[in-house]
Design a protein around this ligand. Structure first.
Ligand SMILES: [Zn+2]
Length: 183
């Protein structure tokens, strides 16, 4: 098994010197905070919207949707899947923090398209324990967005289900394509 300790220290061009990537990010935060002014907002999103999206590194939600600080809740995981924990966040978002609309964003070239539920069996073989969660792998991204919309629209904990829309983000063009829930 390869460990990070066995890798050459300066093998990554983005990480010169001895500092870890976390050290770099903490340093960047100092610069951010030095320019930061308290906007004086409370915790309720200004636009009353929650965005559920894949964790993909190529999807910059705030830039792609023209969002500003304080505008929305962002709930992200592998695939942008509507899991029980996504529902937990959406329920708190709607019932305690005033959001009304839900936007679901999956994307082209998602890592979950390359996996199958075999991933769980491989994990079980390796560690002797099968994870409780599903991988939620998929082959058809449009259908996966429809399934996610359906999970939100049928959830009993969510009081606001009239404005639920789903999209596929193209990582090559930056454009969103809306998915018709009934197709
Ligand atoms: Zn993805």
């Amino acid at each position: 098994m390869t460990t990070s300790a066995s890798l050459p220290a300066a093998s990554h061009p983005e990480a010169p010197g001895a500092g870890s990537v976390t050290d770099r990010l903490v340093e960047a935060n100092r610069a951010y905070a030095s320019q930061f002014t308290d906007p004086g907002m409370d915790a309720r999103p200004v636009l009353h919207v929650a965005v559920v999206a894949c964790m993909d590194a190529r999807l910059d939600l705030h830039a792609a949707l023209g969002l500003q600080l304080g505008d929305c809740h962002t709930i992200r995981n592998a695939g942008g899947v509507v899991t029980d924990d996504t529902i937990r966040s959406l329920t708190i978002s709607q019932r305690a923090l005033g959001t009304r609309a839900v936007i679901l964003i999956h994307h082209t070239g998602c890592g979950l398209e390359t996996l199958t539920e075999d991933f769980r069996h491989e994990l079980e073989d390796e560690v002797g324990q099968r994870p409780a969660w599903a991988v939620e792998a998929f082959r058809d991204v449009d259908q996966d967005v429809r399934q996610s919309m359906q999970r939100v629209r049928t959830n009993p904990f969510l009081p606001h289900k009239d404005d639920v829309r789903g999209f596929v983000f193209d990582v090559h063009t930056g454009l969103l394509r809306e998915i018709d829930p009934s197709s």
